[in-house]
Design a protein around this ligand. Structure first.
Ligand code: ASP
Length: 592
């Protein structure tokens, strides 16, 4: 329901609010021609506004003028009409439509604007090529499905604000034109005209500003923040996206998690999205990797991963022995009794190759032992021990991957998700939330061989920095149905720890000062313990609206390659503009 409109020359009610209780009264409505049907002596028009649809009937005897106009109305023309609300004839009642019992007998009609024939139908949610939808986004947004998605998104944001406002969080804006913030992606740069040769960076997140607000004593901050990351095309990412950004002072993990559970539980309740009551389960990072292969486990179905390295060690199977001998692992999932053709089984190799593994070794359990040509390599006790570890019974398909641990875990994780989908193992309507905690503090940077911060370099370590490889951080992620929907951490609030972390990352005092001098400066002036989190609003809205792509919950998104087919952005600019910025294009690649 939308609040009633203020009556004016165009309308005195929403189309979608009319029902049999208004029978016999006059109504004035305005909107778009959704559909037009000419029945010889009568013309029927479905009029659409944001609230819904109402049927208009144009009868030459009621108004010859209006009837003459109606003859020329086409889809998406904009009109305002007045008339009497009438009950439809018995056979014409449409129970699928909230206004289906009535229609308006039009006595006056104003045509306010014409429309060209739209490039795709607006009145039905038929699939339309996405580039065409984005090119004509203003038409796409008129479609009911998009309206519902946008309303779902607005509800998410409003509910977040309600809970945070009620808890005295202060909504504070932070700059869009700023300096580089390290969230691990490439910055978008904006050249300065006033200081030629210098650049602003668009924020990858408000991270440092929200920490400065804690040091400034604001205690509780939030912002619906736009973030910008110039990442290479990856499935369903946008170069700009929206986060609920939160920070609190004098808190530890429990405080942040409790707050965000309250916020998100309210969001899910408002959207009728069924989730378990709070508190939501917490899982150690190591456990997530071991059981599910990823730090964003989809816990809605079984097929969990087991490590069987010790149970198969010493077999005659050279592949396993080779891997175990060089410090790798053998892990497996019991896929259950599944009918899979030979070629489908072969296809599983492609699933694990994505994660760098070479192959899957499939074994079928039969007569208490193993069938197939791998069986002969294993002693009876090994077979029995593995079967027990995997809860295997006759007919079950066991899938093994042997490789380095960092390859085996995601390979089996990917395999597990593949099987979950292939065999429909995710119960309809089930949604699982889980917090992941105790992340490693650092990860190896493959290119440089040095350390990078797994979350960001302002995250507090769980212990001292003498052993970067084993060190854990005070970071946490919230995972919904195998998708990370938010993450944050307790931050470093002393200069010496912050500098020590920079040292591990290879940022000496001078470089740290040059890049993060403002944070380091602030840490000298009494920084309270603080922590926070950011929630991905696009992803949350998409999950709630049941949309596959976040593009469907963003009014004006870009394509996967960062292009906007509607405005044509990114686009070339006038030479004069470049001159003012002291920029010269060195090479212009022709757009294909
Ligand atoms: N700034 C982080 C991010 O954008 C979230 C946080 O640590 O609060 O991922």
């Amino acid at each position: 329901m939308i609040a009633p409109p203020r009556p004016n020359a165009y309308r005195d009610t929403w189309a979608g609010d009319l029902d049999a209780s208004r029978e016999g009264t006059e109504a004035r409505v305005a909107g778009w021609v959704n559909r037009r049907r000419d029945h010889g002596g009568l013309i029927f028009i479905d009029l659409r506004d944001r609230s819904g649809i109402v049927q208009l009937v144009f009868h030459p005897e009621t108004s010859a003028d209006a009837f003459a106009l109606a003859e020329r109305l086409r889809a998406e023309h904009v009109i305002s009409v007045a008339g009497r609300v009438e009950r439809r004839e018995e056979g014409n009642v449409n129970p699928a439509l909230p206004t289906g019992e009535i229609e308006i007998g039009v006595s006056a009609c104003d045509v306010l604007a014409h429309s060209e024939t739209p490039p795709f139908p607006i009145d039905e949610d038929t699939p339309v090529d996405e580039t065409l939808r984005l090119r004509y986004r203003w038409l796409d947004l008129r479609r009911r499905g998009m309206l519902d998605a946008m309303l779902a998104r607005a509800l998410v944001v409003r509910t977040m604000r309600d809970i945070l406002d009620a808890r005295d969080f202060v909504d504070i804006e932070t700059p869009i034109l700023t300096r580089s913030t390290p969230e691990g992606a490439r910055d978008f740069l904006v050249p300065s005209r006033a200081a030629q040769g210098s650049f602003y960076a668009l924020p990858q997140s408000p991270q440092l500003f929200k920490q400065l607000l804690m040091i400034a004593g604001y205690e509780r901050y939030y912002q619906i923040a736009r973030c910008f990351r110039d990442e290479d095309t990856r499935a369903d990412r946008q170069p700009e996206f929206t986060q609920l950004d939160v920070e609190m002072a004098f808190v530890s993990e429990d405080d942040v998690l409790e707050l965000m559970e309250a916020v998100m539980a309210a969001v899910f309740a408002a959207a009728d999205f069924p989730v378990a009551p709070t508190p939501w389960p917490r899982m150690h990072y190591d456990e997530a990797i071991a059981r599910f292969g990823f730090d964003r486990p989809d816990t809605r179905f079984g097929l969990e991963i087991r490590d069987v390295s010790e149970l198969v060690r010493g077999s005659d199977f050279r592949v396993f022995e080779g891997v175990l001998g060089s410090g790798g692992v053998v892990r497996a999932i019991n896929a259950g009794a599944r009918e899979m053709s030979r070629s489908e089984l072969e296809g599983l190799n492609d699933v694990v190759r994505v994660h760098g593994a070479r192959a899957v070794a499939p074994i079928v359990v039969g007569d208490g032992g193993w069938t197939g040509n791998l069986a002969k390599f294993f002693a009876a006790e090994q077979v029995a021990a593995v079967n027990e570890a995997l809860d295997a019974t006759d007919g079950d398909l066991l899938l093994f991957v042997a490789d380095e641990v960092d390859v085996t875990a995601p390979a089996l994780g990917g395999l597990r998700l593949h099987l979950g989908e292939r065999f429909g193992l995710i119960p309809e309507g089930r949604h699982d939330l889980v917090w992941i905690t105790d992340f490693p503090m650092f990860a190896r940077d493959e290119e440089s061989g040095g350390w990078t911060a797994l979350h960001h370099p302002f995250t507090a370590p769980r212990g001292d920095l003498s052993d970067p490889a084993g060190l854990r951080s005070r970071a946490y992620d919230l995972v919904l149905d195998g998708v990370e929907i938010g993450g944050g951490s307790i931050r470093i609030n002393t200069l010496d720890v912050q500098q020590a972390v920079f040292d591990v990352l290879g940022l000496g005092p001078d470089e740290a000062q040059a890049r993060f001098g403002h944070l380091l400066g602030a840490l000298r002036y009494g920084a309270p313990p603080h922590g926070g989190i950011a929630m991905g609003i696009d992803r949350i809205a998409a999950l709630i609206a049941g949309r596959e792509s976040i593009r469907d919950v963003i009014a004006f998104p870009k394509t996967a390659s960062g292009h906007d087919p509607m405005t044509g952005a990114p686009a070339t600019v006038e030479e004069q503009q470049l001159r003012e910025l002291a920029l010269r294009p060195v090479a212009v690649k022709a757009r294909g």
